[in-house]
Design a protein around this ligand. Structure first.
Ligand code: IMP
Length: 416
């Protein structure tokens, strides 16, 4: 029996999971997604060809790996179908849980309409219908991927849900789909997706029993977790490692190594508190050098300094064995680098994460910067300043750094 290794985002997503998952996926027999939807996204280049992934696990680029979209995912059929078109021969290599919930076009319409109504209280969602699809699941008015196998029944069931929700949908100006159009749309999805719909729980258990190497690929980040993140400015799924258990149907004992992916500074897309955000030249420089623009929505990311308080919290929540420290090269050439070591709230200093970050101010420690780490793939060759920064992060977060990335290139990676 094998144990599954897990990759989890430690901050507000976009930590650079794509590079690590892509690097590691080559060594795994199975790669699984357990939560989120097409709000996630990363781009992978292989032999000069660009692949955009949102729902399909990164193992798809390893032709020998099996890819699982677990029950905890909210699946947009049109989005996954578009993604699938980038690859040949996916049958037998991609399986979608029959228990995953459908994220249908009206979910995105509701998402966008709600955000508009909220005005300056908007979350800044990706507009992909993620919240409304999960809300339907929890309300028990959702529809599962397995229901696509009987499109007529599913069509009637969706229309029934529209009836139940009519007052809400009318207020949001969401039109009830026409029966024939909806049926045609669902039949299109069925035709493309039927060969991939499976009981993925059984497939993952079988892989565990057969001692296969399994990688669980997290989406978004811990601070966007529905329970433990900066609520309400979060996504609607369990982004922490425990979410992988419910999102795939495995038990906690099935999880082996947990690798937390953490950026050498901090970024956030959308609204919500961000204590170490830098509104000046430094933040702008991080955004420019780090090319901090969202892959899914094209929005510019907010940037700021490394926050050791929230990272330590995330490490504990996930049970991280080690961190992969990403984009260290983006801090090249900064004279001084700040690390947030504690928060101040109502005149008091605290070193733990409160449940609300609204009134928190960062307390910084400053260290000397370094000249250049870009392209270095040997720890001993790193400048002293960079080594000191890494050691300080380890101390403050009580987590060892096992991987260091010094450029987007696969080769510019230090494995300790
Ligand atoms: P939603 O997931 O579209 O509902 O968006 C909720 C919040 O999560 C917003 O602040 C989004 O910007 C953020 N978010 C969702 N997916 C990602 C991601 O993949 N990376 C970073 N932020 C994300």
């Amino acid at each position: 029996m094998s144990k599954a290794d897990l990759i989890v985002g430690i901050q507000w997503g976009d930590e650079g999971k794509g590079k690590i998952v892509d690097m590691l996926a080559q060594k795994y027999d199975m790669v699984c997604r357990s939560q989120g939807g097409h709000n996630a996204g990363h781009t992978i280049w292989v032999d000069g060809v660009r692949y955009a992934l949102h729902l399909i696990p990164s193992g798809v680029l390893n032709k020998d790996a099996i890819n699982i979209v677990g029950n905890g995912v909210v699946l947009s059929p049109s989005s996954i179908i578009e993604e699938m078109e980038q690859f040949d021969n996916l049958e037998g290599r991609l399986f979608i849980s029959d228990k995953a919930h459908l994220n249908l076009p009206y979910h995105a319409q509701i998402d966008i309409a709600r955000e508009k109504l909220k005005g300056d209280k908007a979350i800044g969602t990706t507009g992909k219908g993620i919240g409304p699809a999960y809300a339907d699941k929890i309300n028990r008015t959702g529809h599962r991927v397995g229901e696509l196998l009987d499109t007529k029944k599913l069509c009637d069931s969706i229309l029934e849900s529209f009836e139940i929700n009519r007052p809400i949908y009318e207020a949001l100006k969401i039109k009830t789909p026409k029966k024939e159009e909806l049926l045609r749309e669902l039949e299109g999805y069925k035709e493309k997706l039927e060969p991939f719909i499976a009981n993925t729980t059984n497939l993952v258990w079988k892989a565990i029993d057969e001692d296969k190497k399994i990688l669980l690929e997290g989406a978004q980040g811990t601070l966007l977790d529905i329970d433990h993140g900066t609520y309400p400015y979060v996504t609607s799924s369990s982004t922490v490692s425990a979410g992988a258990c419910t999102g795939l149907g495995i038990n906690p004992k099935d999880i082996g190594k947990v690798i937390g992916i953490v950026k050498a500074y901090t970024t956030r897309v959308g609204h919500g508190p961000f204590p170490t955000e830098d509104f000046g030249e430094d933040g702008k420089r991080m955004a420019d050098v780090g090319r901090e623009v969202g892959t899914t929505t094209g929005r510019r990311r907010r940037c700021g300094w490394f926050d050791a308080v929230s990272v330590k919290y995330s490490s504990r929540l996930n049970g991280c064995d080690e961190f992969a420290l990403m984009k260290l090269d983006v801090l090249d050439g900064f004279e001084k680098i700040k690390i947030c070591v504690a928060y101040e709230i109502d005149g008091k200093q605290i070193d733990y994460m409160p449940s609300n970050l609204d009134r928190v101010k960062p307390i910084y420690e400053e260290i000397e910067g370094w000249d250049k780490v870009e392209g270095i793939s040997d720890f001993d060759k790193l400048p002293e300043g960079a080594k000191r920064y890494i050691r300080r992060i380890e101390e403050l977060t009580q987590t060892k750094v096992g991987i260091i990335s010094t450029s987007p290139d696969r080769n510019d990676t230090i494995v300790l």
